[in-house]
Ligand binder design. Structure first.
Ligand SMILES: [Zn+2]
Ligand SMILES: [Zn+2]
Length: 443
């Protein structure tokens, strides 16, 4: 898609900030367009070389080298493979700009030139393709674009820019690890944290914003349902864990339907149910894997407590002895807290973006039940104002065709996800750089 609108040129931005307009300044949009050939080379390289969570060494190296060239002070290996690039440019606020870097264990099937052919064997011993199926390659490329713009326009802003390349977003771990490794103590602590995520459900070049809750609390829960195994022909001599686990699965449906307020949001999905090996054997165990989603901490607690209560209650109803109660484990390391975009700050930034991109391109989006650990940068200290934007990635022609034919579009994480990368990268670069400059006005 050809992008027509442009965010405030530097002249207009300077006027909006109460400054004298620089003579013959190039608009930010024009500066982005000049960078695009080089940024697309970087994008193609990152896309062809995706790395799984905690293994983003090459990607981090590319970001670090670019930032160093631009005059940032760069620290590597923060929270594993994370990087922190700081540019101090006079008095003023501290603004954090984040990109995540990891790819996914997905074998790319877009059939496009430049598709990833990377294959790895995971720590679990599974051989898999690797793909930037969540578009983190567009995030990293725009990050470089923002770094270039901020360095080139240093005379237009005053403050401290902290740009971070975060590992392991897909494992819900990277943000936590960077914070635990001193992101807010070893480096300037931000007053504002901003980022974007590419979006697979609306057209390329659109910007979406969601004030307040935007993405969900995500918990992974394992339930091991114990039974007493035996011959399939003699159920009276057994306690069948398949029947018990089935009852648990059914009863879990009442948590969202009957226990939380209809005005709150929640999801309890049993995504995996494994038991048994043969027709005529009653196994002694069944294993369930759940994803549990919510926005508020209260609903999260209610759902997790409810799962434990229902599992135990059904086991008692099935006559299981006390020492064969189900065990429940919540994967604390993979918990992703819900994203809460600071409402007034979000509205303020959306209004600002509309002045540059136009009302048509900047639209409010409903919250979704996906997860993003960007949430942690704002949760760590509630005085930090944070906002993650969506930037649409679906090629316009494909969006129109899918709508006409009633087809669903490939989602993020799909092996077929092929964003209009130039539109995503140019839009995000311009949006994030203009926001950072707006937040760090000169004088
Ligand atoms: Zn993802
Ligand atoms: Zn993602």
């Amino acid at each position: 898609m050809k992008i027509s609108g442009r965010i405030l040129g530097l002249g207009a931005a300077a006027l909006a900030l109460g400054l004298a307009a620089p003579v013959a300044a190039q608009s930010l949009g024009d500066q982005v367009q000049k960078q695009m050939p080089s940024l697309m080379d970087i994008y193609k390289d990152l896309h062809a070389h995706p790395e799984l969570s905690f293994m983003e060494v090459r990607s981090a190296g590319i970001l670090a080298a670019e930032a160093r060239k631009l005059g940032f002070t760069v620290t590597e290996k923060v929270g594993g493979t994370g990087i922190v690039a700081v540019m101090k440019n006079g008095p003023g606020p501290v603004v954090l700009v984040r990109a995540d870097m990891d790819g996914l264990p997905v074998t790319e099937q877009t059939g496009l030139p430049g598709a990833s052919t990377v294959r790895v064997t995971t720590k679990e011993g599974v051989e898999t393709g690797v793909m930037h199926a969540c578009g983190h390659d567009t995030h990293m490329t725009a990050w470089i674009g923002v770094a270039r713009l901020m360095a080139a326009n240093k005379r237009q802003w005053s403050g401290t820019l902290v740009m971070i390349g975060q590992p392991a977003e897909e494992r819900g771990a990277g943000a936590r690890m960077m914070l635990a490794d001193g992101l807010y103590t070893r480096f300037p602590k931000p007053e504002y944290a901003i980022a974007f995520h590419d979006a697979a459900q609306f057209p390329a070049g659109m910007i979406g914003y969601t004030p307040g809750y935007a993405l969900a609390n995500v918990d992974s829960v394992d339930v091991t349902v114990k039974g007493l195994g035996g011959h399939g022909a003699y159920p009276q001599a057994t306690k069948d864990p398949i029947v018990l686990a089935s009852r648990i699965v059914t009863a879990l449906q009442t948590l969202v339907a009957r226990e939380i307020s209809p005005l709150d949001s929640g999801v309890v999905t049993v995504g995996s149910f494994h038991a048994g090996a043969k027709h005529n054997i009653i196994p002694d165990e069944a294993k369930l894997q759940l994803t549990v989603r919510s926005y508020t901490d209260e609903v999260r607690t209610q759902l997790l407590d409810g799962i434990a209560r229902i599992a135990k209650g059904e086991a008692i109803a099935a006559g299981m002895p006390e020492d064969r109660m189900p065990t429940i484990s919540v994967a604390k390391d993979e918990y992703t807290p819900s994203v809460f975009n600071t409402p007034e700050f979000t509205e303020e930034m959306a209004a600002f973006l509309k002045t540059g991109f136009g009302d048509q391109r900047v639209v409010q989006m409903p919250p979704v039940m996906g997860g993003e650990d960007f949430s942690r940068y704002g949760r760590e200290d509630k005085t930090i104002k944070s906002l993650i934007l969506w930037v649409g990635g679906v090629p316009q022609a494909e969006y129109d065709a899918a709508k006409k034919e009633g087809r669903t579009l490939p989602s993020l994480h799909s092996p077929f996800w092929a964003p209009d990368a130039p539109a995503v990268i140019s839009t995000a670069t311009e949006a994030l750089a203009s926001m950072a400059m707006k937040l760090m006005p000169k004088g």
